[in-house]
Design a protein around this ligand. Sequence first.
Ligand SMILES: C[S@@+](CC[C@H](N)C(=O)[O-])C[C@H]1O[C@@H](n2cnc3c(N)ncnc32)[C@H](O)[C@@H]1O
Length: 206
Amino acid sequence: MDNRLFFPATQRNRHCIGDVLSRIIKTNGLILEIASGSGEHGVVFQKRFPRIIWQTSDPELVHRESISSWINYEDLNTKMPQPIFLDVEKIPWKIPLNLINSLQGIICINMIHVAQWPSTIALFKEAGKLLNKEKFLMLYGPFKIGKQHTSQSNYFFDKSLKMQNSLWGIRNLEEVSAEAKKNDFFLEDIISMPANNFSIIYRKVS
Ligand SMILES: C[S@@+](CC[C@H](N)C(=O)[O-])C[C@H]1O[C@@H](n2cnc3c(N)ncnc32)[C@H](O)[C@@H]1O
């Protein structure tokens, strides 16, 4: 059955996110993608970085079914693992040991503003436990900087998020980075991306 979902933003941001990844993915190994959504990013990045194993995840069954359909549609079944259930707040994360051993980085695209703040706290806590020294955690999405929105469109986007769920909203980069620091990450890079988004690269200290 074809359960593919189509998230239009992935069409617009896949290439520029891939360009950032091409700077930080250096070796073989496994990338764990948190909140993979439709799976469109996953299959695109698996094809762009064929030496990497791209492990998708999502808490929603409908999303995991979409990811599986995308893997099938792109004929990646022999290369790319099936998505796993992962809700960042259900800690400790249940990740198979063989995946953890080859983990070189974690990426989380457009999640922390559509989840409550404890999700961000849990994300850093668990990623900090899983990642070894010099491994990366990359976030992509809109952020406030110095508690200020970086554009008027983000201001309105933030308002619309809070109308959908009062616990959602665009996060302050400084508060996110404070969580990173608590969990032994340093802020390596802040990269401005199209449409007032950012790629934020955190790196494990030890
Ligand atoms: C806006 S979508 C982004 C999906 C995809 N990363 C993309 O950029 O198209 C937000 C995603 O976050 C996931 N999500 C929400 N809360 C989550 C949580 N607590 N743990 C993991 N994923 C979560 C949703 O299931 C959804 O797939």
